[in-house]
Design a protein around this ligand. Structure first.
Ligand code: MD3
Ligand code: FE
Length: 224
């Protein structure tokens, strides 16, 4: 459930001493809005564990044949995959031949509501890519361009170990900004920022109280 004033009063005492518990939306760039501490991390983590029980995390290969340091799985009608044939969205898990696990309605609602808060009403994701990082894992600067309509935003939820997210420009060589992403942060990327290059710096060594030596990022997308 999205954090609200009512649930905050009833939540753990530890949260009262955090820096920015559920603070207001913050514009990172035009179309890039950070919602700090916006979700209940334990609730989202439980859903990720259920998804991974059916569709386990795996290290996909790039089209060039390299093993990605980030392990991935998906939920929803479509899932993002990478292999020697390229990048694409497909309805089934290539490892099992089965459909991806359904997108949990609680997660779809978080994504829809966050997009609306950021100025993108009516967002209906049909794909959710779940990335799992361990210390040392990184994501090279890239654009997300495998979706059919770049008019739809992407909503990201971060859990576990902190990360430094790098947001570049629409050209690969333009200037970049570093944005820290923490447990329970939600980032909405749309409009002018949708086609920016972006990546994640190598995750620093550490142990998170709930996830251990792990960072999770879920990205909710409209692929079709
Ligand atoms: C900026 N994931 O899965 S999420 C990805 O933390 C990906 O795992 C990162 O980039 C992660 O493709 C970053 C935030 C994000 C997602 C999509 C974007 C930022 C974006 C699309 C355009 C610009
Ligand atoms: Fe991306």
């Amino acid at each position: 459930m999205t954090r609200r004033e009512g649930s905050r009063a009833a939540s753990s005492q530890a949260e009262l001493f955090d820096d920015h518990p559920g603070s207001k939306p913050r514009a990172i760039a035009p179309g890039a809005i950070l919602l700090p501490r916006h979700v209940d991390g334990a609730e989202v983590w439980a859903e990720v564990c259920t998804i991974a029980a059916t569709a386990p995390f795996r290290h996909m290969k790039t089209p060039g044949g390299k093993r990605m340091s980030v392990a991935m799985t998906n939920c929803g009608a479509l899932g993002w995959v990478s292999d020697r044939r390229g990048y694409r969205y497909q309805p089934g898990d290539p490892e099992s031949g089965q459909p991806w696990p359904a997108m949990p309605p609680t997660l779809a609602a978080i994504a829809r509501d966050a997009a609306a808060l950021a100025g993108f009403p009516g967002f209906a994701p049909d794909a959710c890519l779940v990335n799992r990082y361990e210390p040392g894992s990184q994501l090279a600067l890239h654009q997300d361009r495998d979706e059919r309509d770049f008019g739809h935003p992407i909503v990201s939820i971060s859990l576990g170990l902190p990360a430094t997210f790098v947001l570049g420009s629409t050209s690969r060589t333009g200037p970049t900004a570093s944005i820290p992403l923490a447990h329970e942060d939600v980032l909405v990327l749309g409009g002018e920022s949708r086609m920016r290059h972006h990546g994640v710096r190598p995750i620093a060594e550490g142990t998170h109280a709930l996830l251990g030596r792990c960072r999770i990022n879920l990205t909710f997308r409209r692929a079709t």
